[in-house]
Design a protein around this ligand. Structure first.
Ligand SMILES: [Zn+2]
Length: 279
């Protein structure tokens, strides 16, 4: 397995792609500070990330977690002296679910013979983000400004997208996935596409030419548009079936086939749509 490397995708905007989960972390270097986007999946991995950043810039890091799933925030302890931003819902979610996420991950890693990584996760100290935002927020890095954007419920109820308008780049977190289906287990499949459109209606997003998914290859705005359209068709199928009284997961899955999404994805989406519609 090769060590992850930073790649400059626009002036002083970098992506670090990891073999595991095809995870992308980001780095945006200003004149005074540098923004780190997501901290990877354990304290040890966060330390490696912090070290790799020091090879690019000596500037003080500021951190943002795109959402509260372990692979995006369990490395926070390596940045405990930095301002760590997230949506307020991410801090609430992490407080409630971190230990459950840890247990599930350790079980999964042990089952797949990755005991060393499991140990790393066991030894991970959870550090909650504490610069909490509920609305779009600008962060001045010195000479350039990044925008932390929340468009509504999507992959979770607290996703942030990060726009760097001077570079024409948007980091989408897991609202956009390349190479795999969008992950539905905590998602809002009936609203996800609408949330993406909300974000795409903001000039700092609509003017961008480079889109970085939470996992997979860097893509272009057309890819993002096509994913939003696919999610809209899924939302339409699910909503129509729910409106006509369908309440069985299998029936909902049958209704939403043919969109190019895997059955496991459709099943999770159906269960989430049912859960939300029961509230
Ligand atoms: Zn996620």
């Amino acid at each position: 397995m090769s060590a992850p490397q930073w790649r400059e995708i626009a002036p002083s905007v970098y992506v670090r792609r990891h073999d595991e989960l095809e995870l992308n972390c980001g780095l945006v270097v200003g004149e005074k500070r540098a923004l780190v986007i997501d901290t990877s999946g354990s304290s040890a991995r966060g330390q490696q990330l912090a070290q790799s950043i020091r090879e690019i810039t000596p500037l003080e890091p500021v951190v943002v977690n795109t959402h509260a799933h372990y692979d995006h925030c369990f490395g926070n302890s390596a940045f405990r002296d930095s301002q760590i931003y997230s949506h307020s819902g991410a801090a609430d979610d992490l407080r409630l679910t971190a230990e459950h996420q840890r247990e599930q991950l350790i079980a999964h890693l042990n089952n797949t013979e990755r005991a060393q990584w499991a140990e790393e996760v066991r030894n991970t100290e959870i550090v909650l983000p504490f610069y909490l935002i509920d609305q779009d927020t600008e962060v001045d890095l010195g000479g350039r400004t990044v925008h932390l954007l929340h468009g509504g419920p999507a992959h979770t109820d607290h996703d942030l997208a990060i726009a760097i308008p001077d570079a024409g780049v948007v980091f989408w977190g897991d609202m956009v996935e390349q190479g795999a289906d969008p992950m539905m287990e905590d998602a809002f499949p009936l609203q996800w596409a609408e949330t993406m459109r909300n974000l795409q209606s903001k000039p700092v997003v609509s003017d961008a030419t480079i889109a970085v998914p939470g996992h997979g290859d860097v893509v272009d705005p057309l890819f993002v548009l096509e994913q939003a359209e696919k999610l809209q068709r899924l939302a339409d199928e699910l909503a129509e079936a729910l409106d006509s009284g369908v309440r069985e997961v299998d029936a909902l899955v049958n209704k939403s086939r043919g969109l190019g999404l895997q059955d496991t994805t459709l099943r999770e989406a159906a269960m989430r749509a049912l859960e939300v519609s029961r509230r």
